[in-house]
Write a protein of this length. Structure first.
Length: 373
């Protein structure tokens, strides 16, 4: 199906806007055995970029695997998900629903599965009585063997990698690092929606993954790239967008990927329903209002999360209004705790200039201003 705009789903191919140079850099690094990190708040397009990178690598003949650690409820489940993804390189889509590594091993024991794996059958022998941590390490080693035997590079994507702490704590982290640093045919792409936790994992010299991978933050998408993309996609459907409407779209969303895709998607459907061929500023205004209604429940929840920490909502408003957060009439320790909470939540991020922060999602900033007024 040819979707118009990827709103509420991962972008693919040409819908991954203005990331060609960035993805080429990442692909070259991964092919050469380097590992990389993309850390940033949710809805910034990290997963779309990462999945497109895996797609391109697979097209080039490499092996790929991916696990969303947010979906794993135990180390055993983590090992099962990783093994299923690795097997897809040899078997195609593997039957889902095997929550434990042991159940996956029983499934692998079926004669027809072993026949399809063929020459790699010997590598599927795992000790069932091993600890979940050791089972996961065995899966990583098996993926390495699979890649080495085929003469290929294996690229493994770990999404929401900061959840490794929840699954196994420092003991698992140390075991994974010890095993992963010995792999010669495997590189890793780590995604994380909590930048401060990812920096702790990879930039703190006391942590096992210290300097294991390189941080490569997603650059902002230029307005010209957004304009070319929106106009091109609309043209495919016989639609145009006026210059004032395009500028209003950029102003309302701040060029944020989720906001842009949402508002332009609403505008597209409004134009189709009205049976018009041109999207004007009035249409964008209505589409923006629909998008804000759509986001209202999400933003209400975010505000409740903010208020779990004393005065964090007031500190957030100072960031939104471009005021120095430490100029707030609260103790420095209170402001510092609020800023840490806001950054951990992915709502703000720190700029290069000392003591300067900015809001992650422009539409949330606008919602907060309207809420306060």
């Amino acid at each position: 199906m040819d979707w118009m705009f990827p709103f509420g789903r991962l972008a693919q191919g040409g819908d991954v806007v203005d990331r060609e140079v960035y993805m080429k850099d990442l692909i070259l690094r991964l092919q050469s055995g380097q590992s990389a990190i993309i850390a940033g708040p949710r809805r910034m397009g990290k997963s779309s970029v990462a999945r497109e990178i895996l797609r391109q690598l697979q097209t080039q003949g490499h092996y790929v695997a991916s696990v969303d650690l947010f979906a794993a409820d135990s180390v055993d489940h983590f090992a099962s998900l990783l093994m299923q993804s690795l097997l897809e390189n040899r078997l195609g889509a593997v039957r889902q629903g095997m929550q434990t590594f042991t159940s996956l091993l029983h499934w692998l024991g079926r004669p027809d599965v072993r026949t399809r794996i063929g020459e790699l059958e010997i590598g599927v022998q795992f000790p069932v009585d091993a600890s979940p941590h050791d089972q996961l390490i065995s899966v990583l080693a098996w993926g390495e063997k699979m890649a080495a035997k085929a003469g290929k590079t294996l690229v493994v994507l770990f999404d929401e990698f900061q959840d490794v702490q929840r699954l196994g704590g420092d003991a698992l982290i140390k075991k994974m690092r010890a095993a992963m640093q010995t792999l010669e045919h495997t590189s890793f792409l780590f995604l994380g929606s909590q930048p401060s936790l990812m920096k702790t994992l990879f930039a703190d010299r006391r942590q096992a993954f210290y300097r294991f991978a390189t941080f490569l933050p997603l650059p902002p998408i230029p307005e010209a790239a957004w304009q070319a993309y929106v106009e091109g996609r609309l043209e495919q459907q016989g639609l145009t967008i006026t210059a004032p409407a395009m500028q209003l779209l950029l102003d309302k969303t701040g060029g944020h990927p989720y906001g842009m895709m949402g508002v332009v998607s609403f505008a597209y459907f409004l134009a189709k329903i009205a049976d018009v061929t041109r999207i004007d500023a009035d249409t964008v205004s209505v589409a923006d209002a629909q998008m804000m209604d759509h986001l209202s429940a999400v933003y209400d929840q975010q505000l409740r999360e903010i208020r779990r920490v004393s005065h964090a909502d007031e500190v957030c408003m100072r960031v939104i209004e471009h005021q120095p957060p430490y100029g707030a009439p609260y103790a420095r320790s209170v402001v510092s705790k609020a800023l840490s909470h806001l950054m951990d939540s992915g709502l703000i991020f720190k700029l290069a200039a000392r003591g300067h922060y900015t809001i992650t999602e422009p539409m949330f900033a606008r919602w907060m201003r309207e809420k306060r007024s």
